[in-house]
Design a protein around this ligand. Structure first.
Ligand code: CAA
Length: 240
């Protein structure tokens, strides 16, 4: 069976790797994106995966976007809440807008996407929700009170929704990536990033495909007994 799957932020970075991994495993993937039409078109031309534009932080847009995917591809069985932004800065210099945008998109996006799809999964008795958290939601990070709070919230959201989905065959899990070689991490000042990499026992940044393989496991039929868990993929940078 080709499960219909939405990967938010699915045309670039970790999201692109997840879209490709699930497509290669036979899922029917819709890749959501919010910004760059040209890059999304190039992604579709390159991969054959349909791209859908909406802002995951916009509740109504999520409902409409998911309805469109379902009309085009069929009922949605899997969502991967990957879309996220950073607005780093120390608290003293962080504006309310920097706080709010990160909460709205990174954490609000998970709620909006679940609201749009969880009911259908429950009715059909099968579903997979994978939320992309972060090492910085587990351990905190200087200059990221907004991002760390949103990502930490994702871990709580995951455990709460997992309890609601369990008896309906809907699993809800999180992945907590460490520092992965993407545009988001490339935006960290080089002298700061150097110090971070020095604290990763494996001695390098992670690759997007290393996160995608974890997502693929959590989305699989065989992972039905795994729910409410967080898989940390961080090169040993944070263990607990
Ligand atoms: N712990 C303690 N002190 C720190 C620190 C840390 N981790 N990082 C910086 N400082 C100190 C500096 O030593 C400096 O101290 P002095 O003034 O005494 O010299 C002071 O804080 C100011 O540092 P900056 O010059 O860096 O300050 P800034 O205002 O120019 O920049 C910042 C602040 C924007 C937060 C910058 O440090 C930064 O970008 N840090 C990286 C944050 C980060 O890791 N973001 C992750 C993005 S990737 C991601 O989020 C994906 C994921 O899930 C992992």
């Amino acid at each position: 069976m080709s499960r219909v799957t939405i990967v938010t932020g699915g045309t670039r970075g970790i999201g692109e790797a997840i879209s490709l991994a699930l497509r290669d495993l036979g899922y029917t993937v819709a890749a959501n994106y919010a910004g760059n039409d040209e890059k999304a078109k190039a992604f579709t031309d390159r991969t054959g995966i349909k791209a859908y534009k909406w802002d995951v932080g916009d509740h109504e847009a999520c409902l409409a976007g998911c309805a469109q995917v379902a009309a085009d591809l069929g009922p949605i069985d899997v969502i991967v809440n990957n879309a996220g932004i950073t607005r780093d800065g120390v608290l003293a210099r962080m504006s309310f807008d920097d706080w709010n945008e990160v909460m709205r998109i990174n954490l609000g996006g998970c709620f909006n996407m679940a609201k749009a799809t969880f009911g259908g999964m429950r009715e059909r008795g099968w579903g997979r929700i994978v939320n992309i958290g972060s090492i910085n939601g587990q351990a905190g990070q200087y200059g990221q009170v907004n991002y760390a709070a949103a990502k930490s919230g994702i871990h709580g959201f995951t455990k709460a929704l997992a309890q609601e989905g369990a008896k309906y065959g809907v699993t809800v899990n999180a992945i907590a990536p460490g520092y992965i070689d993407t545009d988001m991490v490339a935006a960290v000042p080089p002298q700061v990033l150097e110090k971070i990499v020095a604290r990763i026992p494996v001695g390098r940044l992670g690759q997007a495909g290393e996160i995608a393989r974890g997502v693929a496991f959590l989305c699989s039929e065989e992972a039905g007994f795994v729910t409410g868990s967080t898989l940390s993929i961080n090169g040993g940078q944070h263990m607990y």
